[in-house]
Design a protein around this ligand. Sequence first.
Ligand code: SF4
Length: 442
Amino acid sequence: MHGTTRDSFSSMKDRGGTALFRSLYSAFVSDTGRTGLGLYVHIPFCRVKCPYCSFVVYAKRDHLRHDYVTALIQEMTLRAAHAREDHLGLERIDGRLPLRTLYLGGGTPSLLPPQALERILAAAHQLFTVSPDCEITVETEPGTTDADSFAALVGMGVNRVTIGAQSFDPAHLARLGRVHSPEDARAAVAAARSAGVGSLDLDLMFGLPEQTLASWQDDLAHALALEPDHLSLYNLTVEPETVFAQREKRGQLALPEEELQAAMMRAAIQTTEAGGLEHYEISNFARPGHRSRHNSGYWAGTAYLGVGVGAHGFAPRGGRHGFGVRSWNIKGPGPYIASLARGELPVDEAEELDRDASMLEALYLGLRQRGGLDLRSYGRRFGVDLVVSASSALESLASQALISIEMPHLKLTEDGVIIADYVISRLAGYLDTTGGLDTVKS
Ligand code: SF4
């Protein structure tokens, strides 16, 4: 924290500022979380493990599916009963926690038979007070769905699906190790539409091995021709301990240069906006009324529960410091199922955010959204006037046209979005935060 920020925090603290911060923070979170929490349900099964994937997923574990779903429901039951509403920042309705969004992700949830998905959704309705406009999303992989499976999803109340197309170029799909074709993705979109899915998201990736700008523009054109309500466009990153990481180490992964990746991001923004989708978060684009409410909850720092192997949950008013506690589950379907069979929550670790960690996280999540960081709420929450404490960085970034201030919002410009990590880290440096996370092994 530089001069003014440290000074203003210290003087507030001397006057009992810590308590004041906590109460302001609590009021903020209570406001944003009042309408309910998000529930993330992790389905870790995939047909194959893609060579770039670092998620907690498993191929060839089909024999565990039934017991896994039983364990998921057991975990939902325990969490619904024992989660502390004062830590989540919301109140029970008729004794049950209110649910605003439900997201079945993975992995490949669409590999589960409809009866299994129905068991999960029925349990959610029984255990939580599901709001009438609850967003219910299911991730699907092309080639694992048809008209009947989408109709079954719609019949059980699913109102949003994501379809992991990734690319419309068979050569890129092969390099990514995907086991579906572009035709499978088109068939999935047509089937979802004919089944009456309310909101349809397509996922694409760019920055792929041997990808050119022209082939990425083709992918964008193919995607937009399908008229999705939402696009998620992810820049491929090589994660440790993946097959791609090994190939990169051996010099066998020909990824596009940084400048070309930046040109791809720029093309994505311009093409999708011309196609009528609003760029509302670094990787996300939506037609009006089709933003992901579940992911928006993550970016706003509101409460969510996560069930399933490796799933994360966040209680924004929990922890010793009052700035939130995040916890995550053990990996491995076998140990997960065994833990719940013993009646124990399968928590691996938890981390308690202190004020510094929370400030950094809010800065990062706020600036990733094109609507920007609300400086007034940020100031109320943390007792920091960012315009004052980071004035020299803000001036310098504004003179390079990387940020703009449209009170009360601090926003990344289009150039700023292209190098968002750099811009955000420049600003974070001016917070001069020293603390971070207290990790608690379960
Ligand atoms: S389908 Fe998705 S979750 Fe499954 S291995 Fe491939 S990238 Fe990972």
